[in-house]
Ligand binder design. Structure first.
Ligand code: SF4
Ligand code: SF4
Length: 471
């Protein structure tokens, strides 16, 4: 089915690799002395494919954990859906054991299995979020504005934890005293009816995860980080300015922070009451969120189809993914700003903070917003559902024939899973960036390029998308 291109650069096989997982390892690990292959015969390419498998699994495990928290284990359908994911995690880890598999095609097939499990886990998580919290509604969220009251700032992806916290504040009759704000990937929380109904869920503070050292130091209330991404004191000395007010949840942890144990939010709430009122966040900005794919289909499905047929909507852009420090990601803002007025931008994940301050308005001659925020990174499945629904309605068999352009930022392993999910669905012509993952060697990169036309952005939006931007 698959196979390495004959054109592959043989030299790439000589790239150094490191494997020290078994007792046969060369001293300090196979590959550390320039060996082309390990003692067992594993080549650099196979070692890197196995790295890719484990990185995809990390993303899968993260989403699986959130799904598990929301699932009802007495419900056979929930159990079946979780088990399908667990089976892929178990089998794929076994696949990477020493002396199990040295076949390139089968490594690719295993990666595609992980991608398919990625589609399933995102669908499951999306369904469970909607079941627990209702269907998101397009919502305008106050940005960087905090009222003078006690405050808790919640960062991460765990919406269920936020619900439990709001519930506990309400049970204690403190909803008028303690206001709760979101940070980074918690922004979409404001659109879920079962979270929105808490009037003390007030707004969003800051942008993507890495501004936390600045924002958390300025925030004088308590802070909860309930999933990645968290910055440790080893990275920034500013963390020490807020570490005594920082709480972590479940697997998240940094030394010096307090842990929320067994969903007991009382120590956090009591601590918040002892701290000064929040001051210093007085912006009038607003940002939009809440375009879950089911919401988009419900609100705009018919309109989008008609706009495409009438030539009012010419192209759909998916500009999404993880944000990270550095100016290289300005590319994605530049791209979003250059997208013609009769094109639609779909986004998700924390990369949207690169451009979600912009008012993109509406597709001319329609009331379809030009900017659609599907939600968190795990809501990226929405872009796939929208693309397949539009293709089906237009009678287009190959989804790659749709006028869609995709530019994705990647940072960590949830993004790797999302990429594998897209590839497993046969989606081609994806640009990733700002730079290639370092664990891909030339063999693997050439394979992905030839099979999926996967490309790394050049840094010049017109070089990469000149034709599409001009259309
Ligand atoms: S699995 Fe192979 S490459 Fe890895 S340490 Fe053992 S012998 Fe070396
Ligand atoms: S989208 Fe990626 S980088 Fe951003 S907070 Fe989520 S996991 Fe971290």
């Amino acid at each position: 089915m698959f196979g390495l291109s004959k054109k592959r650069d043989k030299k790439s096989v000589e790239l150094p690799f490191l494997c020290w997982q078994c007792e046969m390892s060369a001293p300090n690990g196979c590959g550390t002395h320039g060996e082309e292959k390990g003692v067992c015969g594993k080549t650099a390419t196979k070692a890197r494919l196995q790295d890719l498998i484990t990185y995809g699994l990390r993303g899968l495990a993260a989403y699986r954990e959130h799904a598990r928290e929301l699932a009802d284990l007495d419900n056979p359908e929930d159990r079946k859906r979780l088990l399908e994911i667990d089976d892929v995690i178990g089998e794929s880890l076994y696949f990477t054991l020493t002396n199990v598999n040295f076949n390139f095609d089968e490594h690719i097939q295993q990666l595609m299995k992980i991608g398919q499990a990625g589609v399933k886990v995102m669908d499951l998580l999306s369904d469970l979020h909607v079941r627990a919290l209702g269907l998101p509604q397009p919502t305008e969220v106050p940005q960087n504005k905090a009222e003078k009251a006690k405050g808790i700032l919640v960062s991460g992806h765990n919406l269920l934890m936020l619900k439990k916290l709001l519930q506990r504040i309400e049970e204690r009759g403190l909803s008028d005293k303690i206001y709760v704000y979101t940070h980074s990937e918690m922004l979409p929380a404001h659109a879920y009816p079962e979270l929105k109904r808490y009037k003390n869920l007030k707004g969003n503070i800051g942008k993507a995860w890495f501004d936390q050292t600045e924002i958390f130091a300025k925030w004088k209330g308590t802070i909860v980080v309930n999933t990645n991404c968290i910055v440790p004191p080893e990275k920034s000395s500013k963390v020490n300015e807020y570490i005594d007010r920082l709480y972590t949840y479940k697997v998240v942890g940094v030394e010096g922070a307090k842990k929320i144990e067994n969903d007991n939010f009382d120590p956090l709430i009591d601590h918040t009451l002892q701290l000064p009122d929040i001051e210093g966040f007085e912006s009038d900005e607003k940002i939009k969120t809440g375009h879950h794919y089911l919401t988009v289909l419900d609100f705009y499905g018919e309109k989008i189809l008609n706009a495409i047929k009438e030539g009012k909507l010419k192209r759909i852009w998916v500009i999404a993914g993880c944000d990270a420090p550095g100016r290289a990601r300005n590319y994605f803002r530049e791209l979003a700003l250059a997208v013609p007025k009769d094109h639609l931008i779909i986004t998700s994940s924390c990369g949207k903070f690169r451009f979600n301050d912009v008012d993109f308005g509406f597709i001319p001659g329609t009331d379809i917003p030009r900017y659609i925020d599907l939600g968190q990174c795990n809501d990226s499945n929405g872009a796939v559902h929208l693309a397949f629904t539009v293709a089906k309605a237009l009678g287009i068999e190959d989804v790659n024939k749709l006028p869609v352009s995709i530019a994705l930022m990647w940072m960590e392993q949830k993004a790797i899973l999302i990429l594998l999910a897209l590839l497993s669905l046969g989606i081609k012509d994806i640009y990733i960036g700002p730079r290639a993952p370092q664990f891909l060697n030339e063999d693997i990169y050439n394979f992905l390029k030839e099979t999926f036309n996967l490309k790394v952005i050049s840094g010049d939006i017109y070089k990469d998308f000149g034709k599409e931007l001009a259309a």
